[in-house]
Write a protein that binds this ligand. Sequence first.
Ligand code: ZN
Length: 438
Amino acid sequence: MNIANLRSTLELNEIGREMYRLITDLYPICRSITGDGFRESLSLVKNQIPLRLHEVPSGTPVFDWVVPKEWNIKDAYIKNAQGERVVDFKQSNLHVVNYSTPMKASMSLAELKEHLFSLPDQPDLIPYRTSYYKENWGFCLSHRQLLELPDETYEVAIESSLRDGSLSYGEYFLPGESADEVLFSCHCCHPSLCNDNLSGVAVVTFLAKYLSSLPRRYSYRFLFIPGTIGAITWLCLNENRVSKIKHGLVVACVGDPGKFTYKKSRQGQAEIDRAVAHVLKHAGQDYEILEFSPYGYDERQFCSPGFNLPVGSLTRTPHGRYPEYHTSADNLDLVQPVYLAESLFRYLAVINVLENNQKFVNLNPKCEPQLGKRGLYGTIGGQKEAKTIELALLWVLNLSDGSHALLDIAERASLNFELIHTAATALEQHGLLEKCLP
Ligand code: ZN
């Protein structure tokens, strides 16, 4: 695979629009960590890639956790004394605390307020709340609306169910030349939230779709799972397979306009950490690199000490750092096709580094080979870049002693991996370089 042609072959704008379309279709669905909303979401992804669906029964022990009961919801509302729905699940699925137990009752405003959640600092937005592991019920509404509720009797109903069922997740495996795997994982358990969850789903889906059409050195595994419990469940059921994972990224928050942010794996200097840092450094945009911390998305589970997998997380603005986070403002206006496309392209650039980061041996190591007589100076790039290309050729020749891979050389030379890779390919074609066997 060669990313040099990607920008031209990939109709990035069109792919951005397709990803946005998928997000638009997924947006209204009330997802949770289990239930029909999650299944319906997976079925929309399955229209794009041949996803395998798994169901893990409630009550299944997974390490220190247990797969919870399955939650489903039909309707929920708060009616005022006139019988009008003042808070209506059908207007926004964020209005109900996710995993609320079924209930129906009349109550005073004071009693109701015990179960109402709002954001005084962002009075126009509906917050996103969950109560997965503690049975409870509640409603979320804008603070402005909360303040305006008259002191009267309300009729409150949540038509939900919490029963033994199963936890669903989706998995797609793309075999490559090697059994070694690259893992991409995204959470899809949030209801109507776009950047936090749906942007990751869209980018992983289209990454999988695109990679399926290319020759691959690595095998690729794509997970569409509920946050935390999904990663724990997958790791528990696949413990004997995880040693195949050589690189991985948790994909989330990739549709907003913010700068790219990479959170390193627990290992900190894994090849994936270096590959992402390299891509961001040479992408010509502002970016940030964060050290690993045991908080965030599912890298927490993949990087738990018993697994310690080389899995980082590449986002734009990370969770909790944008004002729309976990509110009704994380909507279809916040994410935009252009940012999704840019994120997809950044991920592909990282994959390109991983795929081509191989070691070579210089077959003419005693003094420099004469590059001019082989026409090597003129064959790649234009006149303007000639000096940089010459430098790349010399670095590759000098460091290709069987112990430096191309990313080592790119880092040492402070040159873009793409240039180093192009130089190595040209030298190999001219018989000056030979690939080391893995
Ligand atoms: Zn979240």
